[in-house]
Design a protein around this ligand. Structure first.
Ligand SMILES: Cc1cc2nc3c(=O)[nH]c(=O)nc-3n(C[C@H](O)[C@H](O)[C@H](O)COP(=O)(O)OP(=O)(O)OC[C@H]3O[C@@H](n4cnc5c(N)ncnc54)[C@H](O)[C@@H]3O)c2cc1C
Length: 713
């Protein structure tokens, strides 16, 4: 199904739902009478129970998500699973065809319930309207049956409409399914519940954001308070991660990829770990109004928690994502958007040939043969136009190029690639002819060693308040001031420097210009500091530094535009941390797979559950990053995505490092080549903070996301 068709389908689902189950309050005690059965009938007319079980998962997940938004228990996934299992039965075709036709037509209203041997697992949705039940065996069994529903006993509790235990009558059909098919069925039921819970949580978040734009306290709308903004941004990232992972799982299934089950489990895991906190976080913003029954939020609250709880009643024989990754050689699913790129193979081959293999972190000096090899192939700056020495490379090739270098942990990433993304791209866009000629070939050959002179003692997040002064004199500029944390300022040949050229400009950012200045210009002095990660950043003093007019990049007082353009490139470079984390995960798995129980304990252990959560978050970062790269390249999609990726991936890097300590103990903190990760785990933990702070702190990024949601400054 094409994305545009799916969106049309979504519009049609909303129309139907609006008519029969218009709000989540319909889930309440007074709202259900008759509504569910009417919706069931209409849904059958619309074909929701007839979606092809081979490639219809994407649409089914969409229906479930939309039902979640109004807290409606219509068991569309149950019908999807029942039809899939019935279709695989070999005997009694006439009887089966009758069941299949009845389910599709809505005359047989089927719900799924696990075998009741384990009493805690018997609760069912939509019992009041179901005519039939599919009874799934426990994980050791293979015998299935469809039985008529004779009645039901309401299970009072949090779920609304209430769960029930079915009273089953005559068995209509009995057959056997393979353990594999049953595991598939359980995985589908789990992701169906996850899609519905995610839909409910996302709807509460939407309502909270709307509320934050109109509710006034202390004379201001509450959405202007930092606490509310930061929370809304955090929830938006969780909601977006789940949404992309669910869609991704649908595509894997519907494209017939064997990876679909792990993709589905990663989406399910993400929802299980995120939807409840999204729900309660959104309710915090709604305050008291969201606590009373007239509001949708209490009914969405019940939906989220009920569905998440029920996911656990369908355990998979294959186990959790951690079990699958540890016990088999399955890799993390490739993204459905990633194309087979022979270019990626070429890059990998060149890296293998020219980068020294070894356990220790590579130094800049190790990288020269690779720099030369890449430069000889014209790959630095390949995204530039041909007139500037590039070849207008496709975004897919650019991404593959970055990813391969990242995965190889090449020092090239922070040096040559950053020069391309931060300086080269800005010169292509804003530079003079002379600057293009002077700098682009130097960047393309990998020779420009640049540093960024933005931050100052009193200008960090508030970059626009920078004070370093550039005054125009005959034929050039004189620069005075002090910059802080200038990374690699001690070894750079040039600084990309932001200075104030109009001290009276209003707003303040209107008086800033950018210069490119050789670091050996008289008047520049450098004082190095060693960071937690071991890198050098410098305090750089500018004392009557004279530069010619030709050092100015772009127009006078228009430096803010140059800076923000370069910052967008920096965020993409930063988001690449996802690839580094993937390498850490691969290291962890390749080491743990030999004896998974020794390291991770048996199935169900705390360590395995940490690992499942981490990989679900890692996959979320990967899908969001891919979407961010596409949206940056095409201009279509959420403009907040790069900020979301920056926040999510950097905080995941922190969490990753910390949880590896929980999993591995002190071993995670050793840097010997013979320990798991060979020292990269502890190095990753130390450098994770850089990603949260540098390039705009996560608090600032969350502010950007909040404004993308429509919350005011
Ligand atoms: C390893 C490293 C390398 C760096 N390299 C460079 C470099 O090469 N060149 C360069 O110019 N700079 C560099 N920086 C500096 C970096 O850009 C700044 O650290 C960053 O912009 C944050 O500024 P700050 O550290 O002064 O923190 P501050 O801005 O002082 O922030 C401190 C805290 O207050 C919060 N805060 C501030 N304002 C707000 C607000 N409006 N709303 C909510 N919270 C707020 C922040 O989120 C943070 O938690 C580097 C930093 C690091 C850590």
């Amino acid at each position: 199904v094409e994305p545009d068709d799916l969106e049309l389908f979504r519009a049609s689902i909303r129309k139907v739902v609006e008519r029969y189950w218009p709000t989540a309050t319909c889930a309440g005690p007074d709202g259900t009478s008759g509504a569910l059965v009417d919706l069931w009938r209409e849904a059958a007319t619309q074909g929701w129970f007839d979606l092809p079980h081979t490639d219809g998962l994407g649409p089914v997940l969409m229906v479930m998500g939309e039902l979640g938004r109004v807290s409606c228990p219509l068991p569309v996934m149950d019908a999807f699973v029942a039809r899939r299992l019935l279709s695989s039965a070999r005997t009694a075709r006439a009887e089966i065809d009758q069941l299949l036709t009845g389910i599709a037509a809505g005359t047989i209203r089927i719900t799924v319930t696990p075998e009741s041997a384990d009493q805690r697992n018997t609760v069912t949705d939509a019992a009041s309207e179901a005519t039939h039940a599919l009874i799934l065996p426990p994980s050791s069994g293979t015998a299935l049956r469809v039985a008529a529903v004779e009645g039901y006993d309401i299970e009072q509790g949090l779920a609304a409409p209430s769960w029930a235990t079915l009273r089953l009558g005559r068995t209509v059909h009995r057959w056997e399914a393979t353990p594999e098919a049953l595991d598939d069925a359980r995985a589908l039921l789990r992701i169906g519940l996850a899609a519905r819970a995610a839909g409910a949580a996302a709807r509460t978040h939407e309502l909270a954001v709307e509320h934050a734009t109109i509710r006034i306290q202390f004379g201001r709308v509450i959405g202007s308070f930092q606490a509310v903004q930061q929370r809304a941004a955090t929830l938006e990232i969780s909601v977006t991660g789940s949404k992309y992972l669910l869609a991704e799982a649908g595509r894997h299934h519907d494209d017939g990829r064997g990876s679909w089950r792990l993709a589905a489990e990663l989406a399910t895991q993400h929802v299980v770990s995120n939807a409840p906190s999204v729900q309660v976080g959104a309710q915090h913003t709604l305050g008291a109004i969201g606590y009373f029954a007239e509001h949708a939020a209490p009914w969405l609250f019940r939906r989220v928690h009920a569905d998440v709880a029920r996911i656990g009643t369908y355990g998979l024989t294959a186990g959790t994502p951690a079990d699958v990754l540890l016990e088999t050689d399955t890799p993390l699913p490739r993204l459905s958007t990633s194309q087979d790129s022979s270019f990626a193979d070429d890059v990998r081959a060149v890296i293998r040939q020219h980068q020294p293999a070894g356990e220790r972190p590579l130094q800049a000096s190790d990288a020269q043969p690779l720099v030369d090899a890449i430069a000889a192939r014209g790959w630095f700056g390949m995204g530039w136009p041909a007139a500037d020495g590039g070849r207008d490379a496709e975004p897919a090739d650019l991404t593959a190029f970055h990813d391969e270098l990242r995965y190889a942990r090449s020092p090239i990433v922070v040096r040559q690639l950053a020069a391309v993304m931060l300086v080269g791209n800005a010169i292509v866009r804003f530079g003079t002819e002379e600057q293009r000629r002077a700098f682009l070939p130097k960047i393309a050959s990998g020779d420009l060693r640049f540093c960024l002179g933005y931050s100052e003692p009193e200008a960090g997040s508030d970059l626009a308040s920078l004070r370093t002064r550039a005054e125009h004199r005959e034929g050039g500029w004189v620069i005075n001031g002090q910059k802080m944390w200038t990374s690699r300022g001690n070894e750079a040949s040039h600084v990309w420097l932001a200075a104030r050229t109009d001290p009276d400009a209003v707003p303040r950012h209107a008086g800033i210009s950018v210069f490119i200045v050789p670091m050996d210009t008289p008047g520049i002095s450098v004082s190095p500091h060693t960071s937690l990660a071991g890198d050098i950043s410098c305090t750089v003093y500018y004392d009557n530094v004279e530069v010619p007019d030709s050092a100015l990049v772009g127009e006078v007082n228009d430096g803010w535009r140059v800076i923000t353009h370069a910052l967008a490139g920096e965020r993409v470079v930063m988001g690449g941390i996802a690839v580094e984390l993937q390498h850490q995960l691969d290291d962890l798995l390749s080491w743990a797979r030999t004896e998974p129980v020794t390291t991770f304990g048996p199935r169900g252990s705390h360590q395995r559950s940490l690992l499942s959560r981490l990989v679900a978050e890692l996959q979320a970062t990967r899908v969001m990053l891919a979407a961010a790269i596409t949206s940056t390249a095409t201009g279509v999609g959420s403009r907040s995505l790069p900020a979301m990726v920056a926040v999510h991936s950097s905080e995941l890097a922190e969490k990753f490092g910390e949880e590896l300590i929980e999993i591995l103990g002190p071993t995670a903190l050793l840097s010997r080549p013979d320990v798991p990760g060979g020292g990269w785990f502890e190095a990753g933990l130390r450098s994770s903070l850089l990603y949260v702070i540098g390039g705009g702190t996560n608090d600032i990024q969350r502010g950007i996301i909040a404004r993308g949601l429509g919350l005011p400054r």
